[in-house]
Design a binder for this molecule. Structure first.
Ligand SMILES: *Cc1c(COP(=O)(O)O)cnc(C)c1O
Length: 480
């Protein structure tokens, strides 16, 4: 398929700008462009066809099964989009007076209340635009807390090696030193290693739970106690909340700060570059540090308020507001029981697939899993030369998006499968059949797997080149 720039034809356009009917503003010469913008020239019909053609070349949740571990690619009900498209939500301006946007403030306030109820936190800010952004804000809150107590020697954040890669990255960005601790053989935090790592330089500990191998941490109360006793705070990476909504609450487990991924658990589309929302929540003793402004509810109105102790703003205005509208719609349509059932079904679906697939493939851990599980293809690689990548590529030929590959890094030849609760048993059975067929092919004719994919618009790509040297506009094109 050609780039939109290749389709450009001199003199063709579809500008719908009306005639200028106000006095033109004259810019200073130094602010003016020296040459015109390099925009493609196309008719509206050509643009429409170009993007429709592009959209047919990708695999989305609306095309088929998408078990991409850690990403919770659930189906997002259309009602969320309908509500978020209401003019009262889309036609507002962030600088409008508060008394003209009371409904929108109510959405922020209600969403905060429900999400606090679900997580056991006391307050939440919707400013962060992604999970990692929520982590960053949460770590700044931990920093502000220690600073407010004059405790400046706490410069280290402890992170287990099973953590999501964003955890050490966010801690580093927030100016902390990261201390890595290895997991035990059971895939959980090694308590002795944690005890040895904490000290009076510990600012905090970050835990992903269920962790990145799909297991609920066994000693969670012990973990939070050890860190608290050392004077540190505990951070909960709540991106995997889809396994525990309505069942267990980070706030009850002793966690002080956390983030959620609304664009995973709370049914906003995930992937495609956003917009996302990674609200940061905390216990009341930390609320004054949350990003400004906060929404406050009074008996007759909602208002923004600013705390002088806040870490400040981490994004313009109030975050990606429409994602919050979708999350609130989702929570209200499911209700208290529905939220719990969603998590129960997510865990049930994962265990069903894990059980069936463990008859053929090796699992990284034998335990009952939460909402996702990790397979290891190490033996298949050794015996037949078939890698996790080969299996993933053949899944593409079968209309299934591959699971997450080579993550978590503590498992070799890993495939991490997260079916989510929105898939039917029929879809899961079909996927299990595809996985079994692929295994049989690997045994009988492994060269077929090295060939895959053969049915996709492009075959195997040079992923490193694509990441290091992306072609985003004409002129960037690789010559080979
Ligand atoms: C997805 C994810 C994140 C990061 O979320 P982004 O919105 O991609 O920044 C952090 N932790 C875990 C466990 C995740 O699964």
């Amino acid at each position: 398929m050609s780039l939109i720039f290749d389709k450009s034809r001199e003199g063709i356009g579809c500008s719908i700008l009306s005639e200028l009917d106000v006095e033109p503003v004259l810019f200073p010469e130094k602010l003016k462009r020296t040459k015109s913008l390099n925009l493609p020239q196309l008719a509206e019909v050509d643009i429409s066809r170009h993007y429709t053609e592009l959209s047919k070349k990708v695999h989305g949740v609306n095309d088929g099964f998408y078990p991409l571990g850690s990403c919770t690619m659930k189906y997002n009900p259309k009602i969320n989009e309908e509500i978020a498209a209401l003019a009262g939500f889309t036609k507002i301006h962030p600088l409008q007076p508060e008394n003209t946007i009371q409904g929108c403030l109510e959405v922020l306030s209600k969403a905060e209340k429900y999400l606090c109820e679900i997580t056991g936190m006391d307050n939440m800010s919707f400013q962060p635009a992604a999970g990692a952004h929520g982590e960053f804000a949460g770590l700044l809150i931990i920093k502000a807390y220690h600073k407010s107590k004059g405790d400046l020697k706490r410069t280290k954040i402890i992170v287990p090696d099973s953590a999501h890669g964003t955890n050490p990255a966010s801690a580093t960005m927030a100016g902390f030193e990261v201390v890595n601790i290895p997991s035990g053989d059971d895939g959980c935090v090694d308590i002795e290693k944690l005890e040895a790592a904490v000290g009076d330089d510990t600012a905090g500990f970050m835990l992903t739970n269920p962790n990145t191998v799909g297991l609920f941490e066994k000693n969670i109360l012990k973990i939070t106690e050890i860190v608290h006793n050392a004077g540190g705070l505990v951070y909960y990476d709540g991106a995997n909340l889809n396994a525990i909504m309505g069942i267990a609450r980070p706030g009850d487990m002793g966690f002080d700060v956390m983030h959620l991924n609304l664009h995973k658990t709370f049914s906003a589309p995930h992937g495609g570059g956003g917009p996302g929302s990674g609200p940061v929540g905390c216990k009341s003793f930390l609320s004054k540090f949350l990003p400004n402004p906060q929404v406050k509810e009074y008996s007759d109105k909602y208002e923004f308020s600013n705390s002088p102790d806040s870490i400040g703003m981490v994004k313009s205005f109030y975050g990606n507001f429409l994602v919050v509208v979708k999350a609130l719609t989702y929570i209200l349509t499911l209700g208290k029981e529905g939220i719990k059932q969603a998590s129960e079904n997510a865990v049930l679906n994962a265990n069903y697939m894990k059980c069936e697939l463990s008859k053929i493939y090796d699992m990284a851990f034998d335990d009952i899993c939460m909402h996702e599980f990790v397979m290891t293809l190490e033996n298949l690689k050794k015996e037949k030369g078939v890698s996790a990548m080969d299996v993933a590529k053949m899944l593409l030929d079968n209309g299934i998006h591959p699971p997450t590959m080579y993550f978590p890094m503590i498992v070799h030849e890993a495939l991490m499968v997260e079916p989510t609760e929105t898939e039917s048993k029929a879809t899961l059975d079909k996927a299990i059949e595809v996985f079994s067929d692929i295994y049989k092919k690997a045994m009988a004719a492994s060269e077929l797997l090295h060939e895959a994919p053969v049915k996709t618009p492009v075959r195997r790509l040079d992923e490193v080149l694509a990441a290091r040297n992306p072609v985003l506009k004409s002129g960037d094109r690789h010559t080979d």
